[in-house]
Design a protein around this ligand. Structure first.
Ligand SMILES: *Cc1c(COP(=O)(O)O)cnc(C)c1O
Length: 365
């Protein structure tokens, strides 16, 4: 055997990311509820802006994303100089880990935290420490206790995917206060817009309060623009400086930026999406509970349904698939008895309830 190039050893411990499924053989109408993409698709203005931008596709984009950063800053009341845009927030998560982590360092996350932190941590060569939870809630004291002298990064998705769990602002502040000053806390607020509890803060306050907390956000969920790949981070000046050094010079494409600016100009569209999500997240949760299925409280645009056993979860998945409904299996998160189901349109939520009612009636009879 001739010698072949070998990657760093930790690279081969990474399982390739598997996105939510989108096809079922033999089923005509597919309802994709596997990637939390937003019930209504992209806002009309964003579609139009992207189409218009197509004519200028031969031009390189503005590498500093000035207009988009200003639009984000205005909408959320943040300093545009400390906003960094990315090709999805996943890109920024990866760059934070590569910049602050690496071989010989540790990254701390909650046991059922978003899987990207694990993947990015391995890519960078970090030891990834997953801290046990209590009833799928991040345990702040245990996370603080897990931090050692090699820990460089702590990740918290708030609300978390796939559990839907949310920590109140006071708990996130307690986490920050319990971490050493030189540990970077990354607050991933991909689902911030969907939160209805009033004890929530997405993280900007903590970013502004020091030099060691970053907040990441995305256009992929509430704005329905996952395919455009657009995310951003709000960071203290030294962290913003690091991200601006390491990101690709043209990491965000021009059509996506145009669409993002247009989407921010349609707040009513977002309000409608939030109202819809709140209503149907509640209704679908109640329907499932009525069928004897445990549903974890969720502050996102999805619910985590707990069927008790992997076999029952498989049966539920099969009943939904028969009707074209694709949920997300979360065995990779150590939750083989659960399915994550995105809140779709009213009709789609009704289809989920019907499929599970039929599936369980059959299983019981
Ligand atoms: C979907 C998701 C993201 C990724 O968002 P992109 O901006 O599309 O890369 C980040 N964090 C969490 C918790 C998510 O669920």
């Amino acid at each position: 055997m001739p010698a072949t190039p070998q990657p760093r050893p930790t690279i081969l411990s990474i399982e390739p990311y598997v996105g939510g499924e989108s096809k079922l053989p033999g089923v005509n109408r597919i309802v994709k509820l596997s990637s939390n993409e937003g019930a209504f698709g992209p806002p009309p203005g964003a579609r139009a802006a992207m189409a218009e931008a197509a004519a200028e596709m031969h031009r390189y984009p503005d590498g500093s994303a000035t207009a988009l950063r200003e639009a984000i800053g205005k909408r959320f009341g943040l300093d545009p100089a400390r906003i960094i845009c990315g090709n999805g927030s996943d890109e920024l998560i990866g760059q934070l880990v590569l910049s602050y982590g690496g071989e010989g360092t540790e990254l701390v996350m909650s046991a059922h935290g978003f899987i990207m932190y694990d993947l990015a941590g391995r890519y960078a060569g970090c030891r990834v420490i997953k801290v046990p939870e209590r009833d799928l809630q991040p345990d702040v004291d245990a996370m603080i206790a897990a931090v050692g002298p090699r820990t460089r990064l702590v990740f918290l998705a708030n609300p978390n995917n796939p559990t839907g769990a949310m920590l109140p602002a006071s708990e996130v502040e307690r986490l920050r206060a319990g971490l050493p000053a030189d540990v970077l806390l990354v607050l991933d607020a991909a689902y911030a817009e969907y939160v209805t509890r009033d004890d929530y803060d997405a993280g900007a306050k903590l970013v502004d309060a020091g030099t060691n907390t970053v907040m990441t956000r995305t256009f992929s969920k509430i704005f329905g623009m996952g395919g455009a790949r657009l995310g951003w981070a709000y960071a203290p000046a030294p962290v913003a400086d690091v991200l601006n050094r390491v990101r690709g010079p043209f990491n965000v494409n021009a059509p996506a930026m145009a669409a993002g600016i247009a989407a921010l100009a349609e707040p009513a569209w977002v309000e409608r999406s939030v109202a819809h999500n709140t209503e149907w997240r509640g209704r679908l949760s109640e329907t499932l509970r009525g069928l004897g299925i445990k549903v974890h409280p969720s502050e996102g645009n999805f619910i985590l349904a707990d069927f008790g056993t992997p076999a029952r979860a498989k049966a539920a998945d099969a009943a939904m698939r028969q009707r074209g409904l694709i949920a997300r299996a979360v065995a990779g998160y150590g939750l083989p008895h659960c399915l994550r189901i995105t809140i779709g349109t009213a009709e789609e939520c009704g289809m989920v309830g019907d499929a599970l009612a039929a599936g369980f009636a059959r299983a019981d009879g």
